[in-house]
Design a protein around this ligand. Structure first.
Ligand SMILES: [Zn+2]
Length: 204
């Protein structure tokens, strides 16, 4: 059935289960042509106006033909500290909180438990290259692993700590994690500014 096919596509959206996917499918097909056309054109326009930054790999809106986002190219931002996040939306939420003024790297996703091919889920090599670049500038002294406080986040942090350990001794690089303790702070994406400020101040 075609509506099932449509629902399957919606099921791929983050956080959407089968029931919600079917609701979306029924909603979309019951809309008039104008709505569907504006939806499709909004998706196309949004896709064409963004690209991934070649340094932090976040999606950003392109104004001319720049390769680097406004955060990475901002000379007022602290280059001694790099925050590693799983997803674009995590970065966006930390930026909104104004709790952090350093550099970022967007991994692309957390690492599922027992996954044999981590590079399929995260930009590992790109991350190592970025860390090396910042180290070569001679200023970087801390990396914050800002991951969700759940088993997947923990798994990702352990994997990254292991990967980054090669830099730890040679460059005296500090590798820290966000502090815990607030019940609302389990997912970065949904953490409010107070929680993020607390988590940053209490990193360990
Ligand atoms: Zn960037």
């Amino acid at each position: 059935m075609n509506i099932e096919k449509l629902a399957e596509l919606f099921k791929k959206f983050p956080g959407i289960g089968p029931r919600q996917a079917r609701r979306f499918a029924y909603f979309v097909i019951s809309k008039n042509n104008d709505y569907i056309e504006s939806l499709m054109s909004a998706i196309n326009v949004a896709r064409k106006s963004v690209k991934r930054c070649d340094q932090c790999f976040r999606l950003f809106e392109i104004k001319k033909s720049e390769k680097t986002c406004d955060i990475c190219s901002d000379s007022k931002r602290d280059r001694s500290i790099l925050m590693i996040v799983a997803k674009d939306i995590d970065l966006e939420n930390v930026e909104k909180s104004r709790a952090f003024n350093g550099q970022y790297f967007v991994l692309g996703g957390p690492l599922p438990i027992l996954e044999k091919e981590p590079e399929k889920f995260m930009r590992i090599n790109e991350m190592l290259t970025r860390v090396e670049q910042l180290l070569n500038e001679g200023i970087l002294n801390e990396i914050i692993l800002a991951l969700n406080a759940n088993t997947e986040g923990e798994n990702t942090a352990l994997y990254l700590e292991n990967k980054l350990s090669i830099f730890k001794d040679i460059h005296k690089l500090k590798i820290s994690r966000l502090g815990r303790g607030l019940s609302t702070g389990t997912e970065l994406e949904y953490s409010d500014s107070d929680t993020l400020n607390y988590a940053l101040r209490n990193r360990f």
